[in-house]
Design a protein around this ligand. Structure first.
Ligand code: AGP
Length: 585
């Protein structure tokens, strides 16, 4: 849930690490820090808040070897003392860590004796263990220290006497790139792409000692292993707002290109090749797992697959799936949907599915992710780097890929891309709706069937970046309970894109309005005049078929959520308490 980086080489490590932290900030931004070798010791610079808060501290500092971290707090509040790097009691080691040490309390009791931890973090124990097990920085003792840990981790550490980085990982990504007179390490390849042509991906249980211009890899027994480097894909380096004020806005504006790209990539032949390792003839049940926005994409996928393949398909929240005793066997396909491919709950679901002999498929934006590595096959959503914490283009892309998958399996043709939804003029009302909502404390968001999925995703979007409490409901559920909450202060946003369900949706709208509630209706359908006249606002969008509608109807709301977030003075790219990749369960 954090970003880690390391540098050793001829350049100034501190400024290089700072630049990497700026690119890693999407992974956590409650505090950051840099540790570096100086005068035969280790110095640390730490600060609470965004990475830019570190900038005054690094002025005039230089070193040729260091480590860095940007944090999303798990153990211990955001504070300078809890920020990484963490030094060992004798200051011989400094450690940055992404993940969770699950047995930190046990290890503290067993090994620390008189040593009093200075922070509330689980990470600090790693630095103390290194000083206890490995005071001189030899790799076999380093491995012994790390083997005490349980949980998940990507670790980058330095020893006071060495211009070297010591690395290892389990379940969290870590990449190394080697140049002529420098080497760098990062949680994300995109931080390395502008300066290096090739990279190595560290795998679970592997260790590395990185020096300037060289790296040595070890297995968990301390034996040197050979690893092949991989060619850097240069477009992974695009972590740039390209003139937009926020990444979120840029990413919404990219949606047409993303869908167009997917249409050009995923013809039946391409899907056949990508899915060659899955024997669909054996599959009699499909379970889709994901978290947050990705779970909403699973809901859409399950509906499409059920409609088109007649294979029973169900959507599951990944953090619940593993504890729900799912009935899994070798005739089950588990599809994990995850933009980052790093979400711990989703990964655990796939680990369980693999244990039970299921076929597994990842639908992800990161084909080098741990999730993709675990699954039998991967469908790339090809939407380019998504930096804003609130997922936008990745959501539309996940839906589009699942639409393709269901049609591929049923051998039915795709409906074409609907370009009308990208005509800027249809979004003229975004400001109007945003002004109506900007001071609201709560909202109801309603839809039936596929529109309910859009309601779920819309509620999540406005909650996470505008901090407005939004409660999504199937429109038909109104009369079974929550209608009790409707009064003249209530605002209900209703999505209606399914012709067949419109009459019932209109009944629900009548029920709300007759209790004094206000309705904002977002639709592509013809609405009777007598209802139009009594709405708080009618948003009429281009006509689109029901099946494709969730891919497009959400765009209006993504724009509204962005706008409301700005009107309320928030930073939509970095909502409070959140991080882009959630690598802890
Ligand atoms: C999206 O707006 C959210 N910030 C969040 O719910 C996200 O979808 C979730 O963390 C899953 O991420 P993933 O797709 O990378 O697995």
């Amino acid at each position: 849930m954090c970003g880690i980086a390391g540098y050793v080489g001829d350049d100034n490590a501190i400024s290089r690490l700072y630049t990497m932290l700026e690119k890693l900030e999407y992974r956590g931004y409650d505090s950051s820090g840099i540790g570096y070798i100086c005068n035969g010791g280790i110095a640390c610079l730490k600060q609470v808040g965004e990475v830019s808060c570190l900038s005054p501290l690094i002025m005039g500092k230089s070193s040729h070897c260091g480590i860095a971290h940007t944090r999303w707090a798990t153990h211990g509040k955001p504070s300078e003392v809890n920020a990484h790097p963490h030094l060992s009691f004798d200051k011989k080691w400094a450690v940055v860590h992404n993940g969770i040490v699950e047995n930190a309390t046990y290890l503290k009791e067993k090994y620390l004796g008189d040593i009093v931890p200075v922070s509330e973090t689980d990470t600090e124990i790693i630095s103390h263990l290194l000083s206890i097990f490995c005071p001189d920085g030899d790799i076999s003792s380093f491995i012994s220290a790390i083997s005490c840990l349980s949980g998940s981790y990507a670790i980058c550490s330095v020893h006071e006497n060495m211009q070297r980085l010591f690395l290892t990982k389990k379940h969290c990504p870590l990449f190394v790139a080697i140049g002529r007179c420098e080497s760098a390490v990062s949680s994300d390849i995109s931080c390395l792409a502008d300066r290096f042509d090739r990279f190595y991906e560290l795998l679970d249980g592997e260790y590395a000692v990185v020096e300037s211009g060289r790296v040595t890899f070890y297995n968990s027994h301390g034996k040197i292993i050979h690893k092949d480097s991989q060619k850097m894909c240069k477009n992974t380096s695009v972590v740039d707002k390209c003139g937009y004020i926020h990444f979120m806005l840029k990413e919404i504006e990219e949606e047409e290109d993303v869908l167009e790209r997917l249409y050009s990539i995923y013809d039946a032949e391409r899907l056949r090749q990508e899915l060659i390792d899955i024997d669909f003839d054996r599959i009699d049940r499909i379970m889709l797992v994901g978290c947050g926005t990705a779970y909403h994409a699973c809901m859409y996928g399950a509906t499409m697959l059920s409609w088109h393949t007649h294979i029973t398909s169900t959507a599951h929240i990944a953090s619940e799936f593993i504890y729900s005793r799912p009935d899994l066997d070798d005739r089950t396909l588990v599809i994990a949907v995850s933009q980052s491919g790093e979400t711990a709950d989703t990964i655990s679901s796939i680990e369980l599915a693999r244990k039970k002999g299921c076929a597994t498929l990842a639908i992800t934006n990161c084909t080098s992710s741990p999730l993709s590595r675990l699954c039998h096959a991967t469908l790339d959503i090809h939407c380019g780097k998504e930096i804003a914490v609130a997922s936008t283009k990745a959501y539309n892309a996940m839906l589009q890929v699942m639409y393709f998958l269901s049609h591929y399996l049923s051998k039915t043709p795709y409906l074409p891309l609907c370009h009308e939804y990208f005509d800027k003029a249809i979004y003229d009302d975004v400001d109007k709706v945003s002004m109506l909502l900007k001071d609201k404390r709560e909202l109801f968001i309603l839809g039936r069937n596929l529109d309910y999925i859009t309601a779920m995703e819309s509620a999540l979007k406005i909650k996470e970046i505008a901090y407005i409490f939004a409660s999504p409901h199937p429109t038909g559920e109104l009369k079974y309970g929550f209608i009790a909450l409707i009064d003249s202060d209530s605002v209900c946003v209703v999505f209606a894109f399914d012709d067949a369900l419109l009459p019932k949706t209109l009944l629900g709208i009548e029920e709300i309005m007759s209790r004094g509630g206000s309705v904002i209706l977002i639709t592509c359908l013809e609405i009777p005049r007598n209802i139009q006249d009594r709405l708080m606002c009618l948003i009429s969008l281009p006509v689109i078929g029901t099946e494709l509608s969730p891919i497009y109807s959400i765009i209006f709301w993504q724009k509204v959520s962005y706008r409301v977030s700005i009107l309320r003075g928030n930073n939509p790219d970095k909502p409070r308490n959140l991080a882009k990749s959630v690598t802890v369960e």
